[in-house]
Design a protein around this ligand. Structure first.
Ligand code: ZN
Length: 213
């Protein structure tokens, strides 16, 4: 039997390895830090691409904080919320809160079972892995719609901007203010938004190719 080795870190001064992890904001690949961040939990190995996809979806719809729960549930089934909380070092209320948020988006589902000894109900959780691709597409098409609306607006009107950069508004709005900034009173200039338009077009192209992948 192999015992899990504690992560060896160079002992610098008094800082414990746990403290070093929580205070270091370096460029270390955070995806590989899961087992370091959650030493009590076991994670199934999946491809970086898959992990990124799941993490992005969870981040967009729930929060970054909920990501470890989802990754932790991969390859497991009917995991008690108490086990999830203990393994990932969450307070049970915090864990439940995140679990229910994930449930709202159908990222997880659960079974409720009465604990024979304690007499109360415990929820056992599963990851609804099939839904991730669908949610990813939904997020992307939502973003695409917004970008297209923005592009439409940027291409169809002229924009005015305060010389002190406090405000930016379209022609109709600027006329209402007599082309004077409502914040500082400075005159507003017509702004060349061709770079914004280019940027939006570029983003739309990127998203389109991601969706059609
Ligand atoms: Zn101004």
């Amino acid at each position: 039997m192999k015992k899990p080795k504690p992560t060896k870190t160079k002992n610098r001064g008094k800082s414990s390895s746990a403290k070093a992890i929580s205070t270091t904001k370096n460029s270390e690949d955070p995806k590989d830090n899961l087992s370091t961040k959650f030493p009590k939990a076991k994670f199934q190995k999946i491809s970086n691409e898959r992990r990124e996809l799941i993490a992005n979806v969870v981040k967009e719809l729930v929060s970054e904080e909920a990501t470890p729960i989802v990754l932790y549930l991969i390859g497991k089934t009917k995991v008690s919320e108490f086990v999830i909380a203990a393994d990932l070092d969450f307070e049970i209320h915090k864990a439940r809160n995140l679990l229910y948020k994930l449930l709202e988006h159908n990222i997880l589902y659960f079974h409720r079972k009465k604990d024979k000894i304690k007499g109360w109900y415990i929820c056992y959780w599963d990851f609804n892995e099939k839904i991730i691709t669908f949610l990813d597409e939904k997020i992307k098409s939502g973003k695409l719609t917004k970008l297209k609306e923005r592009l439409e607006k940027e291409s169809s009107s002229t924009f005015y901007m305060c010389k002190n950069a406090c405000t930016r508004m379209d022609f109709e709005k600027a006329m209402e203010f007599n082309f004077k900034c409502p914040e500082c009173g400075e005159l507003m200039d017509e702004q060349n938004n061709s770079r914004t338009v280019e940027f939006l077009q570029e983003r739309i192209k990127e998203l389109n190719s991601e969706i059609n992948k």
